[in-house]
Design a binder for this molecule. Structure first.
Ligand SMILES: NC(=O)c1ccc[n+]([C@@H]2O[C@H](COP(=O)([O-])OP(=O)(O)OC[C@H]3O[C@@H](n4cnc5c(N)ncnc54)[C@H](OP(=O)(O)O)[C@@H]3O)[C@@H](O)[C@H]2O)c1
Length: 231
């Protein structure tokens, strides 16, 4: 299968190196230098592309996604920082009738972590003596803060019925690939739940699994739906 990479930074390059293991031939490696204003994304140049993986910047992600929908290319998006435009993207994908997978985090462990946090928040929702915090740290070149993953964790807690305030904070320093921590604290005790990524490789492998999954499908999916289908 032919794979187009939108964004050729740290993630794009790692996906490029692993793509052959997943049966993909990388046909496009697009970044700011060769794809300003989506100039490299034409019907002619994208003929034969089966799937695109988009890891770029919050500023250009939406324009790339729009053009991919117009080109009717199924897409996996890993870029974060555009959550506010989710409804617009859903409408685009529905109109184009393409396949689309999104996640703020393609690590399998983090997708299990989302479920664990949801359950902890549900169990503590009515235990009013417990307060909660949400914290993350990433490398100093990450553009958005809080991370999309932390926002998703907070959303999971709210959806689980945890309605009290959640104190959210972020750090940016050095080369950290990403740690997320959710804590609950009362006068009696503290619960700390933490996920630490060891490298970017887990994100890259997850995105490639999502690309295999979405090839030939239609609809808007979160990565967790492809990992843990509803019974
Ligand atoms: N979902 C996940 O699992 C996950 C994991 C890690 C990271 N992320 C997110 O993925 C995104 C990328 O991360 P990264 O670490 O790879 O960042 P990065 O190293 O800064 O790479 C961003 C890339 O986007 C490129 N770009 C800029 N304009 C473009 C355009 N018009 N078309 C195509 N590409 C363009 C940049 O090109 P230049 O180099 O030419 O400027 C650069 O190659 C971030 O939003 C990050 O938060 C998500």
């Amino acid at each position: 299968m032919n794979l187009a990479l939108l964004g050729y930074g740290k993630m794009g390059k790692m996906i490029d190196g692993l793509a052959p293991e997943y049966g993909f031939t990388v046909t496009h490696r697009l970044d700011e230098n060769n794809n300003a204003d989506q100039s490299a994304m034409t019907p002619e140049s994208f003929q034969g592309v089966d799937v695109a993986i988009e890891f770029s910047t919050p500023e250009v992600c939406l324009a790339n996604v729009r053009r991919l929908a117009e080109l009717r290319v199924n897409t996996v998006v890993g870029t974060t920082g555009w959550l506010g435009q989710m409804d617009e993207v859903k409408a685009m994908i529905a109109a184009a009738q393409t396949g689309f997978v999104w996640s703020p985090n393609y690590s399998i462990g983090v997708n299990v972590f989302f479920r664990l946090i949801n359950e902890a928040a549900r169990l503590l929702a009515d235990e009013k003596e417990y307060g909660a915090w949400a914290w993350e740290i990433h490398h100093d070149t990450k553009l958005d803060a809080p991370s999309g993953t932390l926002l998703k964790l907070v959303e999971e807690m709210k959806q689980a019925g945890y309605a009290r305030p959640i104190d959210v904070s972020s750090n940016r320093a050095g080369r950290h690939p990403g740690t997320h921590e959710i804590g609950f604290d009362s006068a009696a005790d503290t619960i700390t739940l933490k996920h630490a990524a060891r490298s970017r490789e887990g994100f890259a492998r997850g995105a490639l699994k999502a690309a295999q999954w979405v090839a030939g499908k239609r609809g808007f999916y979160e990565f967790s739906e492809t990992l843990f289908p509803k019974k």
